[in-house]
Design a protein around this ligand. Sequence first.
Ligand code: ADP
Ligand code: MG
Length: 234
Amino acid sequence: MVIELHDICKSYLQGKEQVPVLHHIDLDVAEGEYLAIMGPSGSGKSTLMNIIGLLDQQTSGSYFFDGRDMTQCSDNQLSDIRNQKIGFVFQNFNLLPRQSVLENVALPLLYAGVRKKDRLVRAREMLERVGLAERVQFRPTQLSGGQKQRVAIARAMVSHPRLLLADEPTGALDTRSGEQIMELFHQLHAEGVTIVMITHEPEIAGHAERVVTIRDGRLENGSFSETEQEGETS
Ligand code: ADP
Ligand code: MG
């Protein structure tokens, strides 16, 4: 398993009150799986993704990533794991506006200690793969939304992480650009990348191998065993 979440709860402190957001989440994601997490706005999707991506920590419950207990890791260890093993794609792209497309994609390799020449070669290769070879010297502001998201995917994948985490990756895009993003995800999945994609759109979720639903911070059909039992009774 790449991801094993067990009995995850998350609450936020608002004033003096603990406000619960995630309730007893159990979720396993196997190596190479393509999972969509669906749910309405405010249901806790981004909170869950931030925990999976080691950007935030659960209030209680256990999280094993790649077989390793994340509650036993220091902040430095967590950020190393995040940098080396997880690629992120967000709804609003999160590109640096003053840097070129090439520099944006090369940035994660700087943190990984790759030397400049190799960073630029690898960033260019990734940009070719997402169909933006002609745009490497552009600024993000000179690109369409769909092109920006393809830059973000190139940046997410340039250090070959084993997990791609995408939070509403098509949420800011028109249908056609969204389909191009889904096409890229299919290619990455075919190459063995594990993908967890968050969306509130059923058509987008339909691209994944497996769909789980979150409502009011509770996950439905999260573990394999529950899915199997449903299959047996139907
Ligand atoms: P989704 O991504 O499904 O729209 P979120 O995970 O962003 O939902 O938010 C779920 C709930 O948690 C919302 O009610 C939101 O207001 C609350 N929430 C999210 N982040 C925080 C925070 N940092 N502090 C307090 N409440 C938060
Ligand atoms: Mg969200």
